[in-house]
Design a protein around this ligand. Structure first.
Ligand code: IPM
Ligand code: MG
Length: 357
């Protein structure tokens, strides 16, 4: 029996509600599979921890996390704290500290879910957005001078390195190659941004020579938003910079029915340290504590985590259970349903138990 160790960081807002639902479902999957167990370490880091200790996680947090095979993360953000402080206090130090440079964001329309796009249903939209996760516009490079004066200045410099761009392109081409359509769209803005983005395009072209079996095209980010809405079937795998992919992935989630189902994996493909798995939706204070948070993003995230841990059949089983429950109309209000977080969780656990392996 294999034991996988998971570091659980539910953190803020609806994070604790969805992560506890996720752990419950993952336990059911492990029991059904019979080939592995999950040993979970629970960490209470986040904004409440910050209020008590003046930091979002302890000084030796990274050493603790390093002992895990994967990190299961809820959400960080607090109505009383600036968003840049919470983000740079917890999530980004983990992503950047473990150099989880590939952020993988699959989008599909699950059965039973209605897309806001006319005549688009399950099967018409099956994308994976690969987000560069270590540099670009999120490098944290910049500063402010002459604070409060009329001549005050702020800079936010996007960083593109040869190593950083090449590795994300290789990851994206590999992923595109592993998918049936073998098709990659490189998102850019090299018409306007003539340094970083031209460099980005050049490296994409260089890397493409090693992937002759993958057909690829380039799309400007503004045109990409239109293509996602008007010609969704022309898209399969997408690679984009940190900020471009951040924006496109919200659009993708909305087109697939709800941000409440969108999962993500912050991956270190070289496996030097743990990768981190989280729902995209964030802390959602407006519905925190109401028991109606959609746990599906966290379940899908859990399936990505299982796959990363080498438990592919268990991951497939979990997604089939989630799809079965969605198809039966057991959904939270963000998807137009009436079910609570607990009801969806119970239904998925039952589906897992009843599923033929
Ligand atoms: C995401 C989120 C975050 C991001 C926020 C919470 C800072 O929008 O994961 O897409 O911009 O990276
Ligand atoms: Mg985002």
């Amino acid at each position: 029996m294999v034991e996988h160790s998971i570091a659980s960081i539910p953190a803020d807002g609806i994070g604790p509600e969805v992560i506890s639902a996720g752990l419950e479902v993952l336990d059911a999957v492990a029991a059904r599979d019979g080939g592995f167990t999950l040993k979970v370490a629970h960490y209470d880091w986040g904004s409440n921890y910050y209020r008590k200790h003046g930091r979002f996680m302890p000084a030796d947090a990274m050493a603790w996390l390093r002992t895990a095979d994967a990190i299961y993360f809820g959400a960080v953000g607090d109505p009383d704290l600036p968003d840049d402080v919470t983000l740079w206090g917890l999530r980004l130090p983990i992503c950047q500290g473990f150099d989880q440079y590939a952020n993988v964001r699959p989008t599909r329309i699950l059965p039973g879910v209605t897309s806001p796009l006319r005549d688009v249903g399950p099967g018409d939209l099956d994308w994976v957005i690969v987000r560069e996760n270590s540099e670009g516009e999120y490098a944290g490079h910049g500063g402010r001078a002459h604070r409060g004066l009329p001549i005050e200045v702020a800079t936010e410099t996007a960083i593109f390195t040869r190593v950083g761009v090449e590795r994300i392109m290789r990851y994206a081409f590999e992923l595109a190659r592993s998918r049936p359509r073998k098709k990659l769209t490189v998102v850019t803005k090299s018409n306007a941004q003539r340094h970083g983005m031209v460099f980005w395009d050049e490296i994409a072209a260089l890397v493409s020579h090693d992937y002759k079996d993958v057909s690829w095209d380039k799309e400007l980010v503004d045109a990409m938003t239109m293509r996602m809405v008007l010609r969704p079937r022309t898209i399969d795998t997408v690679v984009a910079t940190n900020l471009h992919a951040d924006i496109l992935s919200d659009l993708a989630a909305a087109l697939a029915g709800s941000l409440g189902i969108a999962p993500t994996a912050n991956v270190d493909p070289e496996r030097r340290g743990p990768s981190m798995f989280e729902p995209i939706h964030g802390s959602a204070f407006d519905i925190t504590g109401k028991g109606i948070a959609n746990p599906v993003a966290t379940f899908w995230t859990g399936a990505m985590m299982l796959e990363h841990l080498g438990e592919k059949p268990a991951a497939v089983l979990l997604m089939r259970a989630v799809e079965q429950v969605c198809a039966a109309g057991i959904m939270t209000p963000d998807l137009g349903g009436k079910a609570t977080t607990k009801e969806v969780t119970r239904a998925v656990c039952e589906a897992v138990r009843g599923m033929n392996a």
